[in-house]
Design a protein around this ligand. Structure first.
Ligand code: NAP
Length: 243
């Protein structure tokens, strides 16, 4: 049995990543802030509570991040995969984006995720001489979309930090990769993108459709699995063909 820790597992891409664990004999550990929306999705998916473990964590709160390794160690002595998926976005014009908004993006999307990666690598992966990290960045970090300055910058920071980790940890066979989704049909996307913007965006894509959370989860699982054993330090776009 393998173990996978997933941040932002309550909904969307994180929840689909958790669901796919069952087909692959992976025991998922869900880092969850909003237990209500997680429970609702679990009930809809008919899951029993012995099929996964849950750790409560608000990534805005540094103390709750520090507690994660302790909680994981109560569940398992070995951890195989880390998926840094949780994300926050609040759109605003670049010149009108307040400091607090920039800090919130950086704290949730970059600093907390990297603190988790550091402590999981130190407590599990380095001792095991094995482990994978997959971080969920965004096409916004590549395309620098309007009204997403703080979000795109936080995701760029995340992508770059993961590539640095891949270089420092590669010699002990720890792999670290980034996925960069384009518009994917989830709560985060619907809450941050106007319907007319969505239609305009779809029209500009080669595949003329939105991504689905399970399509992004497929790539996360591929990059976590032995099927990608020679891939590390990459940022892989999964966006229906933006360019
Ligand atoms: N959907 C897209 O079009 C798209 C495109 C590019 C990249 N992404 C990235 O994909 C990832 C997953 O997002 P999604 O699209 O699947 O949307 P989602 O369903 O809204 O999932 C976002 C997840 O992040 C968690 N989260 C947000 N703030 C948090 C905090 N302070 N502490 C702990 N968890 C927090 C949410 O938890 P709660 O349930 O508690 O809110 C939720 O589980 C994000 O990193 C996002 O930036 C999405």
């Amino acid at each position: 049995m393998k173990y996978m820790l997933i941040t932002g597992a309550s909904s969307g891409i994180g929840f689909e990543t958790l669901i796919q664990c069952f087909k692959k004999n992976i025991y998922p550990i869900a880092l969850v802030r909003n237990i209500k929306s997680f429970n609702k999705n679990l009930t809809n998916a008919n899951l029993r509570n012995n099929q996964y473990a849950t750790i409560r964590c608000d990534l805005e709160d540094i103390n709750s991040v520090e507690n994660i390794v302790k909680e994981v160690k109560k569940i398992t002595k070995k951890l195989d995969h880390l998926v840094l998926n949780a994300g926050f976005i609040e759109t605003s014009a670049a010149l009108m984006t307040p400091k607090l908004n920039i800090e919130k993006h950086l704290n949730i999307n970059f600093i907390s995720q990297i603190l988790i990666a550091q402590s999981i690598a130190k407590s599990f992966f380095i001792k095991q001489k094995a482990g994978t990290i997959v971080a969920v960045s965004s096409s916004a970090a590549i395309d620098a979309n309007e009204a997403r300055m703080a979000y795109a910058a936080s995701k760029s920071a995340l992508s770059t930090a993961i590539r640095v980790l891949s270089k420092e940890l590669g010699r002990i066979q720890i792999r670290a990769n980034v996925v960069a989704p384009g518009l994917t049909d989830t709560k985060l996307m619907r809450n941050s993108t106007e319907p007319d913007q969505i239609n305009k965006f779809i029209n500009e894509l080669s595949l003329k459709k939105l991504g689905k959370a399970n399509e992004i989860a497929n790539l996360i699982h591929f990059l976590s699995s032995e099927d990608s054993s020679f891939i590390t330090g990459q940022i892989i776009s999964i966006d229906g063909g933006i360019r």
